[in-house]
Design a binder for this molecule. Structure first.
Ligand code: MG
Length: 386
């Protein structure tokens, strides 16, 4: 960013960025623009518009009906894919503001990061991946790009949301082929760090609340023990739901504070003076090595005791059988695929078109379609509206 620019000549959003953001932030006026050129907006910067476009998209609304880890029949306390996304946005903005990065871009990237998740979380993703294994597989991160570039249709003149290239490239960096490569803006790195902080904390909260894990059991994890000792120092003896909630606050706070301090140090040590510098170097925004190891221990524990818990596994199998049956029925008779997706068959093939249609569904819509197409006699007895 050239700070000699006459601020009075800039739109208000750009003048504010020029004074508020650090030199290594991504500035709105430096954006590489959109795939389909559009005039700028006098009051809203490009990344503000991206954020708004994502929030108003139908795929974003559907996140409210998609599983994060625990399915709807397990209660109504735990996170959905939408509330997970909102928590990521909130934590990412906290980190971004502390590092003086572009919060509008961060929020746009956070809100779009899981928009490509199919119904039933990773269980759904695994089965859809198997359905098109010979054609490149399915990844929710790649599907997010298909959604925002092709399938969403809010505008008459072009397909997709026509998001800024910085948002598209940021999401592209999350795809299996590009993960871990250099070339990410700091704003995208913030969203990655916030995603990990968020799910580590809320999966502990949800699993304990659901009774899949006890806090006593969790105490064997170094990071949890450290948080519980800090909770005890601050509040004395707590138990039950209050102990669980304060533990989760502490778990988030320890990680966020660590990311901010570690990243500030690295930004100075690596002499990062521009967004371009940041893209040339390895990841700069993350927790330090010690906390990273502690998080890995927690994640291994969650994998064994939560994601592979018999109740969660039973939910996975239930969902996967239904998605696979639905996929087979759509491929066997493509007239069952809605025309918007069917029109894509010539270009992407029937299997991919079916997977794209299925991936856009909420959990409940998927179950209704399964009943309608695969169990029509059962559907008669449980039609919507009964
Ligand atoms: Mg996520």
């Amino acid at each position: 960013m050239d700070f000699t620019t006459d601020l009075a000549k800039l739109p208000l959003y750009a003048a504010r960025e020029a004074t508020d953001l650090a030199p290594y932030a991504m500035f709105s006026i430096a954006s590489a623009g959109r795939e389909h050129p559009e005039p700028g907006h006098p009051d809203r910067g490009p990344f503000q518009r991206d954020r708004d476009r994502v929030v108003h998209s139908s795929a974003f609304r559907r996140l409210s009906g998609k599983t994060q880890v625990f399915t709807e029949n397990m209660g109504d306390y735990h996170r959905t894919r939408l509330t997970h996304t909102m928590e990521v946005g909130s934590i990412a903005r906290t980190i971004g503001r502390a590092l003086r990065l572009n919060e509008d871009l961060i929020e746009a990237l956070a809100l779009v990061h899981d928009i490509g998740h199919p119904p039933f979380g990773h269980a759904g993703e695994d089965v859809l991946n198997a359905c098109v294994a010979d054609e490149g597989g399915f990844s929710h991160n790649a599907f997010a790009l298909t959604l925002v570039r092709e399938l969403e249709r809010p505008y008459p003149h072009f397909p997709g949301l026509n998001l800024s290239r910085e948002v598209l490239v940021g999401q592209l960096g999350r795809t299996p082929e590009n993960r871990g490569q250099t070339g990410s803006l700091l704003e995208a790195q913030v969203v990655d760090a916030a995603d990990s902080i968020t799910y580590d904390a809320h999966d502990v909260d949800d699993a304990v609340k659901l009774g899949l894990l006890s806090l006593d059991r969790l105490r064997e994890i170094e990071l949890i023990d450290r948080c519980l000792r800090r909770v005890h120092q601050r509040f004395g003896h707590l138990e039950g739901g209050m102990l669980r909630r304060t533990l989760v606050h502490e778990l988030i706070d320890i990680q966020v504070s660590n990311v901010i301090a570690t990243s500030r140090r690295r930004l100075v040590d690596q002499r990062i003076a521009s967004a371009e510098d940041a893209k040339r170097l390895a990841t700069c925004v993350s927790v330090d090595n010690h906390l990273s190891l502690e998080k890995q221990e927690l994640e291994r524990f969650l994998y064994r005791h939560v994601y592979r818990h018999p109740q969660v596994v039973a939910g996975r199998e239930f969902a996967q059988q239904r998605l696979k049956s639905l996929f087979d029925s759509l491929v066997a008779d493509a007239t069952r695929i809605p025309s918007r997706y069917r029109q894509r068959i010539e270009r992407v093939g029937v299997r991919r078109a079916a997977v794209d249609y299925l991936a856009g569904m909420t959990d409940q819509y998927c179950l209704h379609q399964f009943q309608r197409l695969c169990e029509p006699s059962a559907a008669e007895n449980t039609a919507i509206g009964d």
